[in-house]
Design a protein around this ligand. Structure first.
Ligand code: ATP
Ligand code: MG
Length: 286
């Protein structure tokens, strides 16, 4: 029988949709997991397990699943013996310390001897220890943000993305304990066949990630400006230049990374580029 790789992803919640989308973008057909424990991909030797995110590191350590997608916040809190294979670029958030908005916060020394409510006692303890601070950590299982308001704690440590939950609860963010994103993890004892399958999957994930951060750019340029315009374009190798039907003009094609994008587009316009088209790339193999 052909070996299958078992992947654990979140059953529902903030990582579910992006995890399924990533697999689909990798060309793997995943049937909807709602109310299902597991499903099989038809066109890739992959079995998908839908689990609570908290349980994923344990399942991967125990080889119930071979690989998994989980937030770094959960992974490092659980301290399981697994290997991180790839950062996935979604599920971005930070684990932050927050205090009441009207509190004077001079620095971490504020936390000395204070009561801190969190669902992340391990990460909080490590952070405070590094700073030489001793606090009274209260582990609670949810609704951490209401703890200061009801007199349960002087500070909280919780996940933040926009900060609106903190704001609504009269809190302000004062320290970052950890910056987190979703990562692909693997069991430490995969056999050769499983590692080969994992390599195939990682190859696809990288192509999808790379494409997401890159745009395909087409523009028209007068031939006397070509040299300057080409010098602005990094490209995969060098840009493609094709003559236009109109004499004296060329079409230039290249790829740009998302983070240099606006800067370079402005420079291209200044250099005389016209009719600039920017299109998404689906997969990118370099
Ligand atoms: P489960 O039922 O699977 O245990 P959960 O309620 O613990 O789900 P979610 O709120 O769905 O977890 O969040 C899952 C993960 O999404 C978090 O552990 C974190 O890595 C990531 N995440 C991204 N942004 C946020 C955010 N603003 N708040 C909470 N988690 C976030
Ligand atoms: Mg959870």
């Amino acid at each position: 029988m052909q070996q299958k790789l078992k992947i654990a992803i979140q059953k529902s919640g903030r990582l579910y949709e992006d995890s399924v989308k990533l697999l689909k973008d990798c060309g793997i057909d995943v049937k909807n997991g709602i109310n299902k424990l597991k499903t099989e991909a038809e066109n890739f030797p992959l079995e998908i397990y839908f689990l609570r995110d908290d349980d994923i590191p344990q399942y991967v350590e125990d080889a119930v699943a071979d690989i998994g997608i989980v937030g770094e916040n959960v992974l490092y809190e659980k301290k399981k013996a697994v290997t991180v294979v790839e950062e996935l670029g979604f599920g971005k958030c930070r684990l932050s310390i927050a205090v009441k908005r009207n509190e004077d916060y001079p620095g971490v020394e504020f936390l000395q001897g204070k009561r801190i409510a969190t669902t992340y006692p391990v990460l909080v303890e490590r952070f405070l220890q590094e700073k030489g601070i001793r606090s009274d950590i209260h582990e609670i299982s949810g609704s951490v943000e209401i703890a200061p308001g009801i007199g349960l704690a002087d500070a909280i440590v919780d996940l933040v993305s926009s900060g609106s939950t903190l704001f609504m609860n009269g809190l302000k963010e004062v320290e970052t304990v950890l910056k987190s994103q979703a990562v692909l993890i693997r069991n430490n004892q995969l056999n050769d066949e499983q590692l080969k399958l994992l390599d195939r999957l990682i190859f696809r994930i990288r192509a999808v990630k790379k494409a997401k951060n890159t745009k395909y750019v087409l523009l028209n340029a007068p031939n006397d400006k070509l040299k300057e315009i080409i010098s602005l374009l990094p490209g995969m190798k060098s840009p493609t230049v094709l003559p236009l039907a109109e004499p004296g003009w060329s079409s230039v094609h290249s790829v740009l990374s998302e983070n240099q994008f606006w800067d370079i587009i402005e420079q291209l316009k200044e250099a005389g580029a016209q009719g600039i088209l920017v299109v998404p790339i689906e997969k990118m193999i370099v």
